[in-house]
Ligand binder design. Sequence first.
Ligand SMILES: NC(=O)c1ccc[n+]([C@@H]2O[C@H](COP(=O)([O-])OP(=O)(O)OC[C@H]3O[C@@H](n4cnc5c(N)ncnc54)[C@H](O)[C@@H]3O)[C@@H](O)[C@H]2O)c1
Length: 319
Amino acid sequence: MKQDRILVTGAGGQIGQVLCQALAVRHGASNILATDIRAIPSWQGAFARLDVLDAPSLTELTREWGATQIYHLAAILSAAGEKDPLRTWQINMDGFLHVMETALQLSVSRVFHPSSIAAFGAGIDLDRAGQHVPLIPATVYGITKVAGENWSYYYHQRYGLDIRSLRYPGIVGHQSDPGGGTTDYAVDIYHYAVQGKPFRCFLAEDTRLPMIYMDDAIRATLALMDAPAGNIRVRTSYNLGGMDFSPEEIAASIRKEIPGFEITYAPDHRQQIAAGWPRRIDDSAAREDWGWKPEFDLDAMTRDMIRHLSLRYSPQPQS
Ligand SMILES: NC(=O)c1ccc[n+]([C@@H]2O[C@H](COP(=O)([O-])OP(=O)(O)OC[C@H]3O[C@@H](n4cnc5c(N)ncnc54)[C@H](O)[C@@H]3O)[C@@H](O)[C@H]2O)c1
């Protein structure tokens, strides 16, 4: 079988840094080209500076690399996106259209483009967001995700492009910093806890949101991309579940490991975004079509996060 050659956009972000390492294990580091508008200190492999708004450079790099797969992660996230809605639309949509046009032109065999729980909004049961429901988001980021899902469907139906997508919940990981989303608190909280600092949460204590541990999110991404094309029955984007919890529940989970941990609540503009998002996700289509099953629940994630971050923050021995 021909060796895949992979190009990743937005590879310096929270997911990209971890995904590139996983792709390197899967396909060989010499077959992964990480691209971003900023340098990626954690990445030792091939790197190219690439702005996804620069369509000719994107196409040229893809051609030169001989890419057979593109993971398109470059985006502006939910909270950051509200600062400049038109710019967010431009980066998230134009960038994505450039990727799909490049993929068509160069016969790239598979494309991955994440959607988000931010695609959901008004008019649905937020306690169990279904796979096929109205998508009426309240943020520009959510609007770009809904449009992206529809474009994916269109390119697949019309041109046969094998483009695959997951509606990621909030992603929690120790490896990288989050990039301006509404669920970032669930990463930051562990950094404070491990350093023995009190944490001020920007969401209210009972704000339940769907989340997933980074290891599960990466595993799901690779499983989706590895699945036979015939199994991929959802060509907009698959709901993906991991766990769901509120700030008070994650704090309680942390206190099982760090009993003195303190949290206060000061909800800001992100509270309103979170209030419009689902609290739980129905991911039965992903389970049925390509065997999705998360491994981490809240307490397992807490133990793993604290173990890794404790190593990072512990004083280094003097040499
Ligand atoms: N992290 C999450 O919790 C989460 C949840 C749902 C969906 N997603 C989706 O996953 C993808 C990756 O998210 P992330 O958390 O890694 O985001 P991030 O903000 O951490 O990283 C995005 C990367 O894109 C780069 N970028 C921004 N503008 C660019 C441009 N014009 N050209 C090239 N690169 C550019 C940034 O430098 C950054 O490194 C996004 O599509 C996001 O919407 C993430």
